[in-house]
Write a new protein. Structure first.
Length: 310
């Protein structure tokens, strides 16, 4: 086989392997983030902990818990006590008490405990250990609010029922689809990054010009990081747009940003490493050309004209 044909084949194979490797980079990062980031309860609780001090999150929790308390109190106020008009009187006290509670250290403790329990329930459902809708129980928060209202001598505070108020988080009809997707990501979280690394290494090894192949791999990695960063931004916009309550979108945005912080960091890291590697490859190529030019022997000067003797 002629050498030029062999060179073309090597370059074509190298280009195909490197392109496939760069294509796998963002998907591998996403799968690894889900498998080793979101699926770890300790990391999840640590990530969510700062949100207990976020005003938007505090407001959303106050609205949800306050609405739950008023919903549970309504039958007693209407039927047992026969004082329907008291609902409007009690509601401001309830909501103010809940908002006040969200600014206490006790709320931070309850927030961490609730997130730990919620993550465990979701993980158990995705791993196939339970069926039915995944919910979070607001009873511990309700109990804290009732104690605060009672201590403040708010009317009818003692009639607040501390019952298990289940807020749905993961619908039962979505569990099967989400469970299959989670199992796929569990496998992909390990094999996609490994495959990307193997393909890139092989593509660089078989290339006729390895410096150019390394440059292409670096630029493709940076492009994959940019694509991942764009996907995170688009995912945020779509997630917030699908929320039925516009008032809770700031809180949902804060949660989304906290959960995807690691993914955004990885995206910027891929971009920085890729561009840096490509720049170093380019600089090394320029230095190699300069060394070759300086090492080349200088051309012999042209002989001057000679004068012939007569």
């Amino acid at each position: 086989m002629p050498e030029n044909v062999l060179t073309r084949l090597r370059n074509a194979l190298s280009a195909a392997l490197i392109a496939l490797s760069c294509l796998l980079v963002p998907f591998g990062a996403l799968a690894a983030w889900v498998t080793y980031g979101l699926a770890d309860t300790g990391r999840y609780v640590t990530t969510m902990a700062p949100l207990a001090g976020d005003p938007a999150v505090q407001g959303a929790v106050a609205d949800t818990v306050g609405a739950g308390i008023m919903h549970e109190m309504a039958p007693r106020l209407d039927h047992e006590l026969g004082i329907r008009d008291e609902r409007g009187t009690v509601r401001p006290f309830v909501y103010d008490a809940v908002r006040s509670f969200t600014r206490t250290e006790a709320f931070r403790t309850a927030w961490d405990a609730g997130n730990r329990a919620l993550h465990g329930s979701v993980l158990s459902a995705l791993q196939g250990g339970r069926e039915g809708t995944v919910t979070v129980d607001l009873a511990p928060v309700t109990a804290q609010v009732k104690r605060q209202l009672t201590a403040d001598h708010v009317p009818l505070a003692r009639h607040i029922p501390v019952e298990h108020t289940e807020v749905p988080v993961l619908p039962a009809q979505e569990l099967d689809r989400l469970r299959k997707g989670y199992h796929v990501l569990e496998v992909a979280g390990f094999w996609l990054p490994v495959s990307a690394a193997v393909l890139a290494t092989t593509g660089i090894a078989v290339a006729a010009c390895r410096r150019r192949a390394l440059t292409a791999t670096a630029l493709g990695t940076a492009l994959g990081g940019a694509f991942l960063l764009l996907a995170v931004a688009i995912g945020r916009r779509l997630t917030l747009a699908d929320l039925p309550e516009a008032a809770h979108r700031p809180a949902a945005g804060a949660v989304y940003d906290a959960l995807t912080q690691t993914l955004r960091t990885v995206s910027w890291l891929l971009i920085a490493l890729g561009l840096t590697a490509a720049l170093l490859c380019r600089l090394s190529e320029l230095l190699a050309r300069r060394r070759r030019a300086s090492a080349a022997p200088a051309a012999d000067p042209a002989p001057g004209p000679t004068r012939a003797r007569v």
